[in-house]
Write a protein that binds this ligand. Structure first.
Ligand SMILES: [Zn+2]
Length: 537
């Protein structure tokens, strides 16, 4: 008999007992005001702190956890038998690109089904502006997860001086500081940078620090997609630390990874740099997704100078013979030693607006389809052709599992998906959108035993809550927000793969957001109780 059936029978038995009680003159249920709205009974409570689990009942009233105790007997409107299951704080994902899909799929099924109850937008230096209007739109839409955002340095710079490759004047920096201040006042949790992307790539560290000071003074954090995650990764970690140290705010390396076979192993030194920084008082942290492939625009294979300005500027460069040859040389280098993973097969298109049929194909396939041998040189031509035609999103297999494991087992590392809210039938996204949290619990906790269950949960709950100043989230404790996930620790499994990226996870039985069931017995309920998260000052 499976657990689900068991729970149903328990409910039926309780109803029978209540009827019996009624027959014997004991007040029937309808006349007893239930003290609690929901009671999760007999589960293994992993409270988010990293402490060993305890068997306990968890009672919820309204949007709050009101009691955690070995046995709670008071009446509840609904009792869920959690025997055999883990009761955990809802997972917090601090790096998502959810604004692409959240308005089309407000239930954010891919996150909700994994037990993610809070998500953040605006990473990588790219946020909607103004923040106020964006968060108002999210609130009006009513979405399933709680939802917050960063203010993006790249978006702020673009608003002030465009995507040009030049230093900003002091007056322009002052205008940018004003936009960051406004973003923070509107509720941003901190400043994100994407120094790998245009226009972050054109931004000197000192300019970022000036903006970081504003976010820091207002209680914000800095989170960075670093300038370089391959050959320059150590300098980039130093830069991320410098922004925290001189900007006087916590600083985080986002989706930490080491790209390119020649750089593998450097996580030993990146982690050392972060520990050294912490030893002198810099609050440096990390987030990571559990995959050995990254995903971003195909233009990631291009040299930064070739990306200045708009699409027309880029196309113009590609049509200039000398510039094209220079671009090609870098793309070849990047396929060999950087994001390309040494082989055109390691780069695939995840979505392409001008030719959706390219989604799921790799650079070798597409090169062959164009009647050429899939050599690295020819694949570089294909990459340039793709950019010329209008660009595409790509998936890049160029990360070593050993670095992944070293980073995920580091106590400074929290879990974040870097995913989005995919729309069914569209494109072939990175599986991290559907699988990140379930995969950590299935592969790195359950199968490989590299993390204890409690440590895995801590990385998804209290660690991000603490780093992001979410006072009422991330712990199962009386008085905290009733954001919970109830899952089977033996059965939890990510379904999404690179071939089938939209397959849902298994083993997540109940998900509670703001006291409302968003997932019930493994199924999305459609409940949209998520609350917009504005920075608490
Ligand atoms: Zn990123």
């Amino acid at each position: 008999m499976n657990a689900r059936r068991n729970r149903r029978i328990t409910l039926q038995v309780s109803v029978a007992l209540l009827l019996l009680a009624g027959a014997f003159g004991i007040a029937p249920r309808a006349q007893v005001a239930a003290r609690y709205d929901l009671l999760f009974r007999g589960g293994r409570v992993v409270d988010g702190t990293g402490a060993p689990w305890v068997r306990a009942d968890v009672a919820v009233k309204g949007d709050t956890i009101v009691l955690v105790a070995p046995r709670i007997d008071a009446a509840a409107a609904r009792v869920v038998d959690a025997a055999g299951l883990v009761v955990s704080p809802g997972f917090i994902d601090i790096h998502t690109h959810a604004r692409r899909g959240i308005f089309a799929v407000p239930t954010a099924d891919n996150y909700t089904r994994q037990g993610v109850t809070t998500i953040y937008e605006g990473p990588d230096g790219s946020s909607p502006l103004p923040i106020k209007d964006f968060l108002a739109k999210v609130a009006a839409t009513k979405v399933s997860p709680n939802f917050g955002t960063f203010v993006g340095q790249g978006s702020v710079r673009e608003a002030v001086i465009g995507t040009v490759n030049r230093e900003a004047t002091p007056a322009e920096i002052e205008t940018m500081r004003g936009l960051v201040r406004q973003g923070m006042l509107d509720g941003a949790v901190g400043l994100s940078t994407g120094l790998f992307y245009v226009p972050g790539i054109f931004t000197p560290t000192e300019e970022v620090i000036e903006l970081a000071k504003v976010a820091g003074a207002m209680g914000g954090i800095h989170v960075s997609h670093m300038r370089n995650e391959a050959a320059g990764v150590l300098d980039s970690v130093r830069e991320t630390i410098a922004i925290g140290e001189q900007g006087h705010l916590p600083t985080q390396v986002t989706h930490h990874k080491i790209i390119g076979v020649q750089n593998w192993g450097r996580s030993i030194d990146t982690l050392k740099l972060l520990y050294e920084a912490r030893a002198r008082g810099v609050d440096g942290t990390i987030d990571q997704y559990p995959y050995t492939a990254s995903a971003t625009s195909m233009s990631a294979l291009f040299p930064p100078w070739a990306l200045e300005g708009g699409r027309q500027d880029i196309v113009k460069r590609l049509q200039d013979q000398a510039a094209r040859a220079k671009i090609k040389a870098t793309v070849v280098e990047n396929i060999k030693f950087d994001r390309g993973g040494g082989d055109p097969k390691n780069v695939s298109v995840s979505s392409c607006t001008w030719d959706p049929s390219l989604a799921g194909k790799n650079l070798a396939d597409i090169t062959r389809g164009r009647g050429m041998e899939p050599t690295i040189e020819n694949a570089a031509e294909t990459a340039m052709y793709i950019i010329e035609k209008g660009g595409a999103q790509g998936i890049f297999h160029a990360i070593d599992e050993k670095d992944l494991v070293r980073i995920i087992t580091c106590p400074l590392t929290m879990i974040a998906s870097d995913g989005e809210v995919p729309i069914f039938g569209q494109a072939a996204p990175h599986p991290r959108s559907y699988g990140t949290f379930a995969r950590v619990l299935a592969v790195y906790v359950h199968d490989k035993g590299l993390l204890s269950l409690e440590e895995g949960v801590r990385k998804m709950t209290s660690l991000p809550a603490q780093a992001f100043g979410l006072k009422n989230k991330g712990l199962i404790k009386t008085g905290r927000d009733a954001d919970l996930v109830i899952f089977d620790p033996a059965r939890i499994q990510d379904g999404a793969t690179f071939e089938e990226p939209l397959a849902p996870p298994e083993g997540v039985e109940f998900v509670l957001v703001h006291g409302q069931l968003a997932v019930e017995e493994g199924r999305i309920t459609g409940e949209r109780a998520g609350v917009v998260q504005r920075r608490s000052s």
